[in-house]
Design a binder for this molecule. Structure first.
Ligand SMILES: Nc1nc2c(ncn2[C@@H]2O[C@H](COP(=O)(O)OP(=O)(O)OP(=O)(O)O)[C@@H](O)[C@H]2O)c(=O)[nH]1
Ligand SMILES: [Mg+2]
Length: 207
């Protein structure tokens, strides 16, 4: 990662800046570890604000990165989109409704979205919200991938069960979930490979 910079925060779809680099969206329940994973991927300690208080990230937050996948290789721009968390009981009904609108609006207006990461707490597993979100993404033709977070909080035995358990909860369709820990760095390399592949497919298509 050559550089990582905050670009903008938007509380509504109209406030999003013009399309930039190819985008990777990060979404999931409040407190699942979206901002922490983003910092881990960007190899920056405090690029995105993280918090023990759920419901911290309220708007769509954009970060631009410039990568150099291999020494001497070409530079590759990419934009991470930190989406607000859902499922936090203490936010009002209006705000909960606003989440769907914001995320739906973002996905529909973005023609640079390459991959949508759906984060799920490894201890909690895939629930109705995630299934609905994935079903909707699939219907919109958006490439998605489930990322199981906080792997370090599981025992070794539990860790081994994460992939089959989540795959079963997701049904047979779709790519297998990726277990990661932003704390230990476990699975991060594999996640990077998935992200790079999504970007390369884009480049190959001339986009
Ligand atoms: N042990 C462990 N803790 C983690 C990991 N990732 C995140 N956390 C912790 O989980 C809490 C929430 O992390 P955030 O990254 O702020 O979560 P978020 O999904 O961005 O939350 P909102 O923005 O409120 O929706 C913080 O206390 C993090 O330190 C992980 O891989 N392992
Ligand atoms: Mg956050």
């Amino acid at each position: 990662v050559l550089s990582a910079d905050f670009v903008a925060e938007a509380r509504e779809v109209g406030g999003l800046p013009a399309a930039g680099p190819p985008e990777i969206a990060i979404a999931g329940r409040s407190n699942v570890g979206k901002s922490t994973l983003l910092n881990c991927l960007a190899a920056r300690r405090a690029l995105a604000r993280t918090s023990k208080t759920p419901g911290r990230t309220r708007g769509v937050i954009l970060y631009d990165l410039v990568l150099q996948p291999s020494a001497g290789g070409g530079r590759m721009p990419l934009r991470f989109v930190d989406l607000p968390g859902y499922g936090y009981a203490k936010v009002g009904r209006d705000e909960r409704h606003g989440w769907g609108e914001l995320v739906e609006g973002f996905v529909k207006q973005s023609d640079r979205l390459k991959l949508f990461l759906v984060l799920v707490d490894a201890r909690r597993g895939v629930e109705d919200e995630e299934r609905q979100l994935i079903e909707w993404l699939a219907s919109e033709g958006v490439a998605w991938r489930v990322v199981a977070t906080k792997l370090d909080k599981l025992t070794t035995a539990e860790r081994g069960a994460v992939r089959p358990k989540m795959a079963a909860a997701l049904g047979t369709e779709g790519p297998p979930p990726l277990p990661v820990s932003a704390e230990t760095g476990d699975g991060i390399e594999r996640l990077w490979a998935v992200i790079m592949k999504a970007l390369e497919e884009d480049a190959a298509q001339g986009g």
